[in-house]
Each structure stands twice: as C-alpha cells, then as structure tokens.
Design a protein around this ligand. Sequence first.
Ligand code: SF4
Length: 202
Amino acid sequence: MDYQISEVFTSIQFEGLHSGTLARFVRFAGCNLDCKWCDTPQKNVAELISLGELRKRINEDPIPQHIVLTGGEPTLQPIHKLIDFGEFEDERFIALETNGTQIVELIRCADQGLGITFSPKNFAGWKDVYSQIETNDIAEVKIIEGTLTPYEFEWIIGRGWKRVYIQPQWGVKESFQRSIDLMNEYPYMRMSYQTHKLVGLR
Ligand code: SF4
C-alpha cells in the first residue's frame, strides 16, 4: 500500500515536550477535519509513495534522533506499519501528532511506544483517547487556545494529564495573553509556541 505524503523535512521541533530537538518531520497528507484555524495548507498536497520509499526518506543522512509523524492527520493511514519495521529500534524517539479521532490506529501506535501528542479538535471519541493512552508516560495534550468550548476545555484538563500545553493561535495577538491568563489559572500548564515560524523554519 502507498502512503499519501505532503513532505518529509528536517527542522527543529519547537512545540511541546521535545521542544528544541532536531527532528525529521513526516507530514502525511489529508485530514478528516476542517478546522477554521488550520495553519497547515500543505496537508492538501499529496504524493503517493511506497512504504520502502518513505522509509528511505526518513533515513536519509544525517539522521536526527527524533522523528515526528504529523499531518494533516497521520492516523488516517496505517502508520503503525512504518513503525513495525524494526528499522527504528535504535535510540531514536518517534512521536505522533494527532487529533485523536482514529482510535484504532492510535491504539496501535500507542502500544508500540510512540510519544503521543493529542491535540483535541472536536469532542468525538476523547474519552476513548484518554483511556487508551493515559498510561503512556510520554503522552501530552496540546490545546490550541480558544478552540474548545469551556465544557470541552474543563473535561480535557480534568483528566489529569501529566503534560498539558496551551498553544496560542498563530497570528492572533490576544490569544497569547489569553494563554498566559490560563497558565496563571492552571500553574502546571506550559506554553507551546510555534517558534519555528518566528525564525522562518517549517
Ligand atoms: S485537525 Fe489539524 S490538520 Fe486537520 S484541519 Fe484541524 S488543524 Fe488542520
């Protein structure tokens, strides 16, 4: 089976737990949601490549220690097969960024020890997501400020995630201050900021 890929590139991960690490990003094409604040137009650009070709691109020298599977929504495609390869059994750390709507694929990935970054976008299935990855020591939730209803926000942070990030909406000045206000209210909350955009990186 071929994979729909938008791009494979190396950059700095500036978001969440692994902020500051050099990473190879695999952006899978396509998404099942249509968020009005979506800032990844590249998700609609698709190239079909085989599993072998994808593996080759990920492994191009120099190989960063960190691999980020992102999108679009990566779990619309069987990405667990990529991880199954055994090619990644070295010290590299693989992280998945997901909207959490494809629970079956998400569980397969969590079972294989991926770091899961759950970025909730609509309420469907959240309970399942939390119950399946709550024991994943490296799971984190990243909330885009201003995109959840008060009920959804309270529900999410009420689950007791070990790592909760608030990310201001890019280009919305007031969102930065509102994020700081939330951090005052929830002192364990950290800010995730898209610094790569500030410095002109992808
Ligand atoms: S889930 Fe993410 S990639 Fe998909 S439309 Fe929403 S913001 Fe964009």
